[in-house]
Design a protein around this ligand. Structure first.
Ligand SMILES: Nc1nc2c(ncn2[C@@H]2O[C@H](COP(=O)(O)OP(=O)(O)OP(=O)(O)O)[C@@H](O)[C@H]2O)c(=O)[nH]1
Ligand SMILES: [Mg+2]
Length: 217
């Protein structure tokens, strides 16, 4: 899990997220996005997969992003800004695959998600969250397809690892890696996290610290 992420990067990641993170903007449509600035990292995934919870775990603020047991909690693109000087934003996205919402709303969320992923020049990385209990579903494949067509680097994060036994987790990680082999734009490796236990959070912070370092060069 720590492949390529050495102690120094883990420390840089810790520092990045030890700073103050705050809400800056919510956008219900592609026309109302904040002016582009700095570097943006977005969290995409099926409704209820744990996107907002992961942002809270990363920033160490349990109520920064709104979470809920019922799907469909995040209904806009929500932007959070990092500490001054870091010039980085996190974007909490509405979930997809929430079948019981009205059709028109599903359509508008779906186009918002795909338009944002395809057309945002400041978007430097997308983490596609996949529930570790279920693995990649067909609906996830459409989003991976969009990302393949965009210029954004993306990586899969398996969430809710605390709900899965170690042996099954190893198998799910392997299967997911194999599925990603047909997506050349994806990171070949997957991250494994639990917002509940904090597992994998230092590694994800480190991955973002590395991304910022790469963009500064
Ligand atoms: N066991 C466990 N539950 C989690 C974890 N992360 C999130 N959850 C739970 O999953 C549910 C959904 O979490 P959210 O963070 O709101 O999910 P989301 O992807 O933002 O959902 P939408 O905004 O509706 O798309 C909540 O009940 C969380 O407590 C985790 O790591 N482990
Ligand atoms: Mg959410």
């Amino acid at each position: 899990m720590t492949t390529g992420l050495d102690a120094e990067l883990i420390e840089q990641g810790r520092k990045l997220f030890a700073g103050e993170w705050q809400f800056i903007w919510a956008s219900p449509s592609i026309e109302t996005l904040p002016p582009m600035a700095g570097l943006e990292v977005a969290f995409a995934g099926r409704s209820n997969v744990g996107k907002s919870s992961l942002i809270n775990a990363l920033t160490g603020r349990s109520t920064l992003a709104r979470t809920s047991r019922t799907p469909g909690r995040t209904q806009e693109l929500i932007f959070f800004e990092g500490p001054k000087g870091a010039d980085v934003r996190l974007v909490d996205m509405p979930g997809y695959g929430f079948a019981s919402a009205p059709k028109a709303r599903i359509a508008s969320w779906t186009s918002l998600i795909h338009d944002f992923l395809l057309g945002r020049a400041t978007l430097a990385r997308v983490y596609v969250l996949i529930d570790a209990r279920h693995g990649i579903k067909d609906i996830d494949k459409t989003v991976l397809g969009t990302l393949d067509r965009s210029a954004v680097s993306y990586q899969v994060v398996l969430t809710k690892a605390d709900e899965v036994k170690a042996a099954e987790m190893a198998e799910r990680t392997d299967t997911t890696r194999t599925q990603l082999a047909s997506h050349p734009a994806a990171f070949p490796d997957v991250l494994v996290t639990s917002s509940r236990t904090g597992g994998g959070i230092p590694e994800l912070r480190a991955a973002m610290a590395r991304l910022i370092g790469e963009h500064r060069r």
